[in-house]
Design a protein around this ligand. Sequence first.
Ligand SMILES: Nc1nc2c(ncn2[C@@H]2O[C@H](COP(=O)(O)O[C@H]3[C@@H](O)[C@H](n4cnc5c(=O)[nH]c(N)nc54)O[C@@H]3COP(=O)(O)O)[C@@H](O)[C@H]2O)c(=O)[nH]1
Length: 470
Amino acid sequence: MEARCGPVERQRLQRSDVIHSYVQLVGVLEDGRIVCSSAGQTPARIGPPDLVTSNGYDQWLNLRLPFAAEERFIGIGNGKFIAVVHKALPVDTTIPRHVSLAIISLAGQRVLSSRRHFERRWMPRREELKPGGHRTVLIGDRLIAQVRSDTMDLAAVAALDEADYQQELASATWLLAPIGMGGGFLLAWLLWRVAATQMSLPAAIRSGLRRREFFPLFQPIVRLADQRVVGAEALIRWRRSDGQLVAPDRFIGAAEGAGLIGLVTAEMFRMVEKTLAVLARHQDTPYLSLNLSPGDFHSDDTEQRLHTLLARSGASASQVVLEITERGFADIGHARVVVNRLRGQGFRVSIDDFGTGYSSLSDLVRLDVDTIKIDKAFVDSIDAVAATNHIAAHIVEMAHGMSLGMVAEGIERGSQVQVLRSWGVEYGQGYFFAQPMSGDDFLALVHAQTPRAAACERAPSVLGELRDEA
Ligand SMILES: Nc1nc2c(ncn2[C@@H]2O[C@H](COP(=O)(O)O[C@H]3[C@@H](O)[C@H](n4cnc5c(=O)[nH]c(N)nc54)O[C@@H]3COP(=O)(O)O)[C@@H](O)[C@H]2O)c(=O)[nH]1
């Protein structure tokens, strides 16, 4: 098991996880257990599969993982490895209100994932569709589109309420009449489109970008000594047209995998412009931290986009901190060139989630960055007796030795603030101080702490009330 879960193998698992946009986790299987995974050494007993497909893959239809116990997952394994997908992901898309969707395992005639009311009789049997084939059938009052995968033993099914469809058809008659098409064609096209797009999170991201469904929140970063706000991390959010809020953990990986991250980052830069413009005129010149994915970090477009952001907001480069995770520094030699170029233009560079990847810490600190962000995993442990406590202390010591600035993230308790301050960590971020908030709320917070404003207003309670606890 050591060889299969050693650092090299784990790096391979992480790579598989990162490059496959739908996969939440890739793990090593042994005796009905995931012994290690792209999420780390987190063993999980999963028991025997629910079914085995005709081409020999094991499928678990309702997996629970100990570190996300409230969620359900689908697992697909080949005896040695397992790929885990969130149960809601295959049907996580915007659909008209009268359409139901499901992904079916043809092997066991089982529903893997569904949205809205779904009936077993709407499922195709394997012999009814050839691989890659599709058909539209009428079952009761529903029009059913069925599409079979050409590689996997899976089918996607979309069911449309015919009465609703007739209404849509009536309103579309003027469109159909001139081109002499039958209603069946429109219906087949409608259902085909639903069945095809529901498979694709990248397609939903593209559509979300077009419809401006993304928005930024800002989480204050404070100086630990006096809890003054010195800046904020901009965090992207996605509210889909059906009102569902999708967390970045769910879509940033998919955007990276589908080559869309540049568009997402460009949209984020556009959205933070107004807030940065106000910060640029503020006497304390607070900064904004912007997240860059590895793809952004290595793309020439990013610099151009950053300069556009500065030009439009009137901010100086020193008011922008670029947060890059360790994954972006996989090629340390190239990373050094990019970091130096960005810093040469006045931007500040920070290593995000420091210490959580597989890069050597000493390699990372030798990159000429301005700050490191101490990951929440380490901050969680510093006021407890835990093995990672020593790692946190070691990271801080190393950063001091290299004269690097430090921001501790994920601070949730006053006791953590005390330890961090005693270690000489200057800045922090976390729910203890403030949750991510709208641009207007963040600007109000910054405004309220300037001496002139503070004289006539009380500082907002979000920080003020908590100050005494630390
Ligand atoms: N490439 C881009 N990545 C982005 C962008 N916006 C966000 N992200 C990355 O997504 C990951 C998840 O982010 P989010 O859900 O926004 O979570 C952030 C904070 O809300 C959360 N946080 C902060 N304080 C606390 C706390 O006290 N407790 C707690 N449980 N969670 C807390 O941590 C996330 C910030 O993490 P980090 O970036 O590592 O500082 C995350 O990896 C984002 O980076 C984007 O525009 N582009």
